[in-house]
Design a protein around this ligand. Structure first.
Ligand SMILES: Nc1ncnc2c1ncn2[C@@H]1O[C@H](COP(=O)(O)OP(=O)(O)OP(=O)(O)O)[C@@H](O)[C@H]1O
Ligand SMILES: [Mg+2]
Length: 287
């Protein structure tokens, strides 16, 4: 005879198969860490379980922007070396229950960031979170290649200037060659995030316009984040901008970008010079 099933037989921990997203750029200082924190918080605010992972070994900035620098005990390298369990290194956000941070070490121990170690940690994180967001270091060396290695989605961050666009183009080439997905013949979803955009300066011809950027880099546009003092103000108090200054233009733009990452297609409300033009650009890219 069949045994009756116990009434509360649900397992406690749900095994997920989260998506891995890398925030990358090539050029330094364009807004990767800012965007990792803001997109991580925005996705969490929309009901997702998210971990942000700092791959910038030696510099370690993400914990500062997340307001968790005093709570770092163990880090990614400790977990890779087997000196700490993942659960010991993860720092749960104080404001959002389902947001966590895996910090980088501040030592210059970059060689410990091994391919096998990273693969193991990412697999473990995928099983626990809906989104694993990897904050890449600048450049095209080991740290950057390991940060993108397991990505399903890449957010390529650019500023409206030639050197940033050129480096982004190199990174797009690497995403198509050096990721696990690319090696398995699968495509990697690449999305462009234009940050520090100032429509007034673009109109004056001082920086590149959105259309100029899109003509050179033909990947879909995820969002346009305006230049704003609110970004620095928030990171100075250890808050992603969507939490530190939720009504500000950059926060709204990050919240929209997060909705697009989830497959929704919100109407553009970001402050811009030509909203209708932007609407057309997004529609064209999405087609
Ligand atoms: N939308 C914005 N408006 C104004 N300032 C911004 C904006 N986005 C980022 N910044 C500022 O730009 C600087 C660099 O940002 P961030 O550290 O996120 O770049 P990064 O790409 O991670 O740099 P690195 O390559 O060194 O890791 C910071 O001072 C940040 O506050
Ligand atoms: Mg950074």
């Amino acid at each position: 005879m069949k045994k009756p099933r116990p009434k509360h037989s649900k397992s406690k921990t749900k095994v997920r198969q989260g998506r891995v997203l890398v925030v990358t750029s090539g050029k330094g200082g364009v807004g990767k860490t800012t965007s990792t924190a803001a997109l991580g918080a925005a996705l969490t605010q929309s009901g997702q379980k998210v971990v942000v992972v700092d791959f910038d070994v030696g510099l370690r900035n993400l914990d500062l922007v997340m307001g968790a620098e005093r709570r770092v005990v163990f880090d990614l390298i400790n977990v890779i070396k087997g000196e700490a369990k993942l659960s010991q290194a993860l720092i749960r956000d104080k404001r959002l229950d389902t947001l966590a941070l895996l910090p980088a070490s501040q030592s210059r121990d970059k060689d410990s960031l091994t391919e096998d170690g990273v693969a193991r940690v990412i697999a473990e994180l995928r099983a626990q979170f809906d989104w694993v967001i990897c904050d890449s270091p600048a450049g095209i060396e080991t740290g950057a290649t390991l940060a993108m290695r397991h990505a399903d989605v890449a957010v390529v961050v650019v500023n409206p200037e030639v050197s940033s666009i050129r480096d982004a183009d190199r990174i797009i080439g690497m995403l198509d060659a050096k990721t696990v997905r690319a090696e398995n013949g699968q495509c990697i979803d690449k999305q462009l995030l234009l940050t520090r955009y100032d429509p007034v300066r673009a109109r004056r011809g001082e920086i590149m316009t959105v259309e100029n950027v899109l003509e050179i880099l033909s990947i879909p546009l995820l969002g346009i984040i305006p230049e704003s003092g609110e970004v620095l103000r928030s990171s100075n108090v250890g808050a992603p901008v969507t939490l530190g200054s939720p009504a500000s233009a950059p926060a709204q733009a990050y919240l929209e970008a997060a909705r697009r990452l989830k497959g929704e297609d919100p109407v553009i409300v970001t402050s811009s010079d030509k909203p209708r033009l932007l609407q057309r650009l997004f529609t064209r890219r999405a087609a």
